[in-house]
Design a protein around this ligand. Structure first.
Ligand code: INI
Length: 164
């Protein structure tokens, strides 16, 4: 999976999701892809031991709206982390750079301002084939599954830093 790229020699991530509460925010735009990413998140969270009852899912119109919903979850105090899912395809829009760029920087801004891990599980791709390649079924590459693992690792990392 992508999260393992160039990880040789580095210590393994802590991927125990037991007891963690996670919000997933998915964009309705290109939902044929974001639904595949959602499957990946569910798989990644379940594999890490996150209870299905500790996962809350919601939808926003498009990738541009992901940061606001994610920040609202982060500020709610109800969840330990957020995974954002979207799909922006360059060929399908004249404002690709704006939607993709604002989505990415908004998510980064939200996690920096709140201190709550928020995964950037939004695909920013050239075409549909690339989107399909990054949202595969179990055993294949799925950026949603990566996002699930990323937030679990980051929750543990931030807890260990704060406990020092
Ligand atoms: N939103 C997406 O999530 N993906 C896209 O590819 C896309 N395109 O092509 O424009 C898109 N646009 C909508 C945008 O996210 C907002 O919902 C809209 O601009 C209203 O704020």
């Amino acid at each position: 999976m992508a999260g393992d790229h160039q990880a040789e020699g580095a210590p393994p991530a802590v991927l125990d999701g037991t007891g963690l509460r996670i919000a997933v925010v998915a964009a309705r735009w290109n939902s044929h892809i974001t639904l595949r990413l959602l499957d990946g998140v569910r798989r990644g969270l379940a594999d890490a031991g996150v209870a299905a009852t500790d996962v809350v899912e919601c939808w926003v119109p498009g990738a541009f709206e992901l940061p606001l919903a994610a920040k609202t979850w982060a500020l709610s105090g109800d969840v330990d982390a957020v995974v954002c899912l979207g799909c922006v395809i360059r060929g399908e829009t004249t404002h690709y750079e704006s939607v993709a760029g604002e989505c990415a920087s908004g998510i980064q801004q939200a996690q920096l301002e709140t201190g709550v891990p928020i995964a950037f599980g939004a695909l920013t791709v050239e075409n549909l084939d690339q989107a399909l390649e990054r949202s595969e079924e179990a055993g294949g590459h799925n950026v949603g599954e990566d996002g699930a693992k990323v937030v679990i690792e980051m929750v543990h990392l931030l807890r260990s830093i704060r406990a020092r």
